[in-house]
Design a protein around this ligand. Structure first.
Ligand code: ADP
Length: 439
């Protein structure tokens, strides 16, 4: 720069000198010197104009050619412009990266200005908060989130804990809403879909209440009898036997409940079986039929079994035993004396099927979708009186889930019911030629 400035000084001096000499020759020294200076000023103004034009138009193009100090000025300005352009590009890149990361988040994120108007929001805000960006950009958030709890939380200014509430956009969803203040008086609203956790929490509460309710009666009865026996000094043997009989019944009821609960918990927590064994279902069912006869006892049901003799199933024997026994037990429980209970094990194009058909009272259609829920009973008193825990069909459902199978229920009030376990064809154990010969 210094060099080019010196050159410029020389050019100016040369021009003034030339004007002066011409002036001496013509006797018009001041005129020619003034013309020379004017010429120099015009040259400078032209360069200034070109710089101005370049700055006004597209700065991404190369600056105009110039020599001397103007060339240096053009170059310096060009460097400054390029530098600020690069920084702006980097900023836009960073912003785009942040926005696409925030947009990809499953949580709803809203950025508020100091005036609590919406500056930016990601797509989940539409589902969780009913805020649609960019449509709602610039709107005051209090005008969009009008739920009293949410409004109070927004106004409170205390955001250490999140607010657990229903989604303002959809009451079926639960959200955990957290406000995070940042920068100068600005706020970030983060909302997380909490529906699953809330449902699980509700299920847990209902489950604990149900178990306590189921245990309360036998525990109270047992406690009562123990107190009575403790206070009586001379009790007749027959009376003692009667009391002990009732106590045993209640203890057995608690035992059944605990066994079923443990079975359910094992089914839910057990890892998938590594190796599936072929289970001889016809043999298993023959044994279950005999147990059903014993269970039926005085009720004298007619229990039939029809099974494809070579149809084996890949699965867990004990689990299948438990599921099938629960269905058979239910048929015995809910079929009046002398009724018919049919057990069938067969295959069709859908897969292998185990069905239990009874001539019991049947089930009204509105109950059918709920039967596999824990502790769901159509007639609680009858279930309890017959030794039911309300967990049998839940156990069946879980065992079938672990065998990629499902339960079909067909029932008509007054006409009996059919419960069918449907196993996929892939679960049918293929008997090898040598096995078939041995069989
Ligand atoms: P429970 O121990 O009460 O039998 P389950 O889960 O096995 O519990 O069955 C749930 C409810 O389904 C029963 O309480 C009963 O009302 C109904 N149910 C199950 N099987 C039958 C059936 N074969 N006939 C009529 N009702 C049935």
């Amino acid at each position: 720069m210094r060099q080019s400035l010196w050159r410029e000084v020389w050019i100016l001096a040369g021009l003034v000198g030339a004007g002066w000499v011409l002036g001496l020759l013509t006797g018009q020294r001041f005129l020619f010197t003034a013309v020379a200076l004017l010429f120099y000023i015009v040259l400078q103004l032209r360069q200034l104009y070109r710089l101005h034009q370049w700055l006004l138009t597209d700065k991404r193009t190369e600056p105009p050619d110039a020599t001397g100090p103007w060339g240096d000025v053009f170059n310096e300005v060009r460097k400054l412009v390029r530098g600020s352009e690069r920084r702006a590009d980097e900023l836009v890149d960073a912003l785009t990266r942040f926005q696409s990361a925030a947009a990809a988040m499953p949580d709803a994120v809203v950025i508020l200005t100091e005036k609590e108007t919406i500056e930016w929001a990601n797509p989940p805000t539409a589902i969780l908060l009913g805020i649609h960006f960019p449509r709602d950009a610039g709107m005051r958030v209090s005008n969009l989130l009008r739920d009293p709890d949410v409004s109070a939380y927004l106004k409170s200014g205390v955001y250490t804990e999140p607010l657990e509430t229903d989604s303002p956009a959809n009451p079926e969803l639960s959200v955990s809403l957290q406000i995070v203040p940042f920068g100068a008086q600005r706020k970030l609203i983060i909302a997380r879909d909490n529906t699953r956790i809330q449902r699980l929490e509700q299920m847990r509460r209902i489950f604990v209440a149900n178990v306590s309710h189921e245990l309360r009666t036998p525990v109270t009865v047992l406690g009562g009898y123990i107190e009575t026996l403790r206070d009586i000094d001379d009790i007749k043997p027959e009376e003692l036997k009667k009391h002990l009989g009732i106590m045993h019944e209640q203890a057995a009821r608690m035992q059944r409940l605990v066994d079923d609960l443990l079975m359910l918990s094992r089914l839910e927590t057990a890892a998938p079986r590594q190796k599936e064994e072929p289970v001889d279902v016809p043999a298993l069912l023959a044994g279950l039929r005999e147990q059903a006869e014993i269970l039926s006892g005085d009720a004298a049901h007619r229990i039939t079994l029809e099974a494809e003799p070579k149809l084996k199933l890949l699965g867990g024997r004990d689990e299948l035993h438990s599921a099938f026994m629960n269905l058979i037990q239910n048929a015995v429980r809910y079929t009046p004396r002398g009724g018919v209970i049919g057990l069938r094990w067969y295959s069709d194009e859908e897969g292998a099927k185990f069905s239990v058909t009874d001539t019991g009272d049947g089930i009204a259609p509105e109950h059918v979708p709920h039967l596999t829920e824990r502790f769901y009973r159509v007639d609680t008193a009858r279930s309890r009186a017959s030794g039911g825990t309300g967990l049998g069909l839940s156990i069946v459902k879980h065992v079938l889930l672990r065998h990629n199978a499902h339960l079909d229920i067909h029932s008509k009030l007054g006409h009996g019911s059919t419960f069918i376990c449907v196993f996929p064809r892939s679960r049918i154990a293929q008997t090898t030629a040598s096995q078939a010969k041995r069989a």
